[in-house]
Write a new protein. Structure first.
Length: 265
């Protein structure tokens, strides 16, 4: 298979089966990898039940306890590279990202010359629906701040709806990406840009979640503010490009067997 959608989950029992079904209902076939951090609400069990219907295309990795979005994605990227998926997507479980837009992100990477496609709220045609004013201000503020400090030419640097070509994730030294929240999303784009990959923003309409609860917290915002400064500092004085580019000696770490619950492709 060519396409893998990675969805990290923490307490998404209200959304998880509908988002999985919506993706599988798209006309082009996608595989899905859920990375669940021991959700107390039983999200992983719902996925396991669904695996009976989708045994070849739905995969699950369970981790013990909430460890953050960034490390979940890194694990997912390594999982995807190992299995040779050509296009690797990031997506939330909460329907803020419209599953139909996966096709447009894919198209940008497959046919329009992008190495990285960003589902962007802040380019022409993109937008926000039902988001509270304080969240809009935070997101737009983060975008302005990131661009002012890093000069990265991406209008929606905190976006979490993405498609990467495998080559991009193989080139980035994923061991060097340590952020977990918004800063993780910013750094992945920053590293792709610094390594010379072509980033294309695809307009999307982002909707506030209608079910389940947000995992946003002050720590994530703080990490974002300091993280952007750190990226700028490293890229000015500490040869960021060299640090973030994978060397020949880098090896993908094997997973601890107890972490893998299902998904032996
Ligand atoms: N595995 C894992 N998934 C997480 C963790 N934190 C959040 N998620 C998932 O990451 C996705 C995005 O989280 P949200 O809570 O929607 O965060 P957000 O989209 O920035 O915030 P809202 O707009 O308020 O929804 C969702 O699918 C969450 O279930 C975590 O620590 N581990
Ligand atoms: Mg969300």
């Amino acid at each position: 298979m060519e396409k893998l959608v990675i969805i990290p989950t923490y307490n998404e029992k209200e959304n998880i089966s509908s988002i999985i079904r919506a993706i599988f209902a798209l006309d082009k076939n996608f595989h899905i990898l859920i990375i669940d951090d021991g959700s107390p609400d039983g999200t992983a069990q719902i996925v396991k039940n669904l695996q009976k219907n989708y045994s070849n295309e739905l995969f699950l990795v369970e981790r013990a306890g909430k460890q953050g979005l960034g490390t979940a994605y890194i694990l997912g990227f390594e999982w995807a590279i190992k299995r040779n998926y050509a296009f690797i997507f990031e997506m939330d479980a909460d329907f803020s990202h419209n599953p139909a837009d996966l096709q447009r992100l894919y198209h940008a990477c497959k046919f329009e010359g992008a190495d990285v496609a960003v589902g962007s709220r802040y380019v022409k045609g993109g937008g926000l629906v039902n988001w509270p004013q304080n969240r809009i201000a935070l997101s737009k503020g983060a975008s302005f701040y990131t661009r002012a400090i890093t000069w990265m030419p991406v209008k929606d640097p905190t976006a979490g709806f993405m498609c990467y070509k495998k080559e991009v994730l193989e080139t980035i030294n994923l061991e060097q990406i340590h952020f977990v929240g918004y800063a993780f999303q910013i750094e992945m784009k920053f590293a792709s840009w610094k390594l010379g990959f072509k980033i294309k923003e695809v307009p999307i309409i982002f909707q506030d979640r209608t079910s389940g609860s947000s995992k946003m917290n002050k720590g994530i915002v703080k990490e974002g503010i300091l993280g952007v400064l750190k990226l700028r500092w490293h890229s000015m004085f500490k040869n960021y490009r060299k640090r973030v580019k994978k060397t020949e000696t880098y090896k993908i770490k094997p997973y601890a067997p107890q972490e893998i619950v299902a998904g032996g492709k």
